[in-house]
Design a protein around this ligand. Structure first.
Ligand code: CMP
Length: 146
């Protein structure tokens, strides 16, 4: 997963990037670093700071809050966006449930990606973030009525 063209093709299959142009994909691929994760590896820790955004190329992970599963993350999905958007701590713990191949963007690169591809990526990102916040509120027993 080291070649730019290969990373472009991997990103193209992620729903978040499905409307990006080739030029946008190529710029995002240029920012991404490949990373593997083993089963059981913890990629985000609830309540801890975090500086990376992850795109799942292959494999799966579980998001949990206070030890309770709140979501599953499979190929083509992403995680780690929340702490980068609001500057707060990780909202959940994310643990690999199978061997994983990931593409990772640092905080700076995540921000560059958004400024590069704002109109195509931002609405999709926001939709997922809103859904996850809803699920986190439900998990915490907080009514979502504001
Ligand atoms: P962040 O808070 O940065 O780190 C933990 C990540 O877990 C979070 O970003 C989301 O990407 C992810 N996450 C939080 N809640 C859920 C959920 N309900 N389903 C799937 N992923 C989630």
């Amino acid at each position: 997963m080291t070649h730019l063209d290969e990373r472009v093709e991997l990103l193209r299959h992620a729903a978040l990037f499905s409307d990006c142009t080739d030029d946008e994909l190529s710029r995002i691929a240029g920012l991404a670093t490949p990373r593997d994760a083993a089963v059981g590896e913890r990629l985000c820790t609830e309540g801890a700071p975090g500086d990376d955004f992850f795109v799942v190329v292959d494999g799966a992970a579980e998001a949990s809050v206070s030890g309770k599963k709140v979501g599953e993350l499979g190929a083509g999905s992403f995680f780690g966006e929340m702490a980068l958007i609001d500057g707060g701590d990780r909202t959940a713990t994310v643990t690999a449930t199978s061997p994983m191949q990931l593409l990772v963007l640092s905080r700076n690169d995540f921000n560059s990606m958004l400024s590069t591809s704002m109109p195509t990526v931002a609405p999709k990102l926001l939709e997922v973030v809103a859904q996850r916040m809803h699920e986190l509120h439900i998990e915490a027993g907080v009514p979502f009525d504001y």
